[in-house]
Design a protein around this ligand. Structure first.
Ligand code: GLY
Length: 131
């Protein structure tokens, strides 16, 4: 598979992260398959299936403070032509109420599947190192 495809898949992951921070549900939902499954700290060890769990966070009122996630050291493993595993470290800079800007770190694995010619996000797993 081409370097172009791998770069595109990393770019799709960045679009997912950006849509979360801007609370852009339309973009997030367009990138994800409706049956998206996920393990993330918010699920407290339970497999989350579907989009409603994630949508809840998009509907919260924004505190207006700047936040940005950077994808560090991405690796793409193609599983044939129609599926891929993207792994990376996510660095999140988030302005706090006191003005400090700590950087959060998370390990993320996102699985993409080409469905009807479009890459759709079908599973992810986020862990906090040392947690
Ligand atoms: N919590 C939603 C996501 O990371 O895709």
């Amino acid at each position: 598979m081409s370097q172009e495809t791998e770069s595109h898949l990393v770019s799709l992951c960045q679009q997912v992260l950006d849509s979360i921070h801007t609370q852009d549900w339309e973009t997030y939902a367009s990138l994800c398959h409706p049956t998206l499954s996920a393990f993330e700290p918010e699920g407290r060890g339970h497999l989350i299936e579907g989009l409603p769990f994630h949508k809840f966070y998009f509907e919260l009122e924004s505190n207006g403070r700047a936040v940005r996630s950077t994808i560090s050291s991405p690796k793409v493993r193609m599983l044939g032509d129609d599926a891929a595993v993207v792994t990376y470290t996510r660095l999140t800079q988030r302005v706090q109420a006191d003005g400090s800007v700590p950087t959060g770190v998370a390990e993320e694995t996102r699985i993409w599947q080409k469905i009807d010619g479009e890459w759709r996000h079908v599973h992810f797993h986020r862990s906090i190192p040392g947690a």
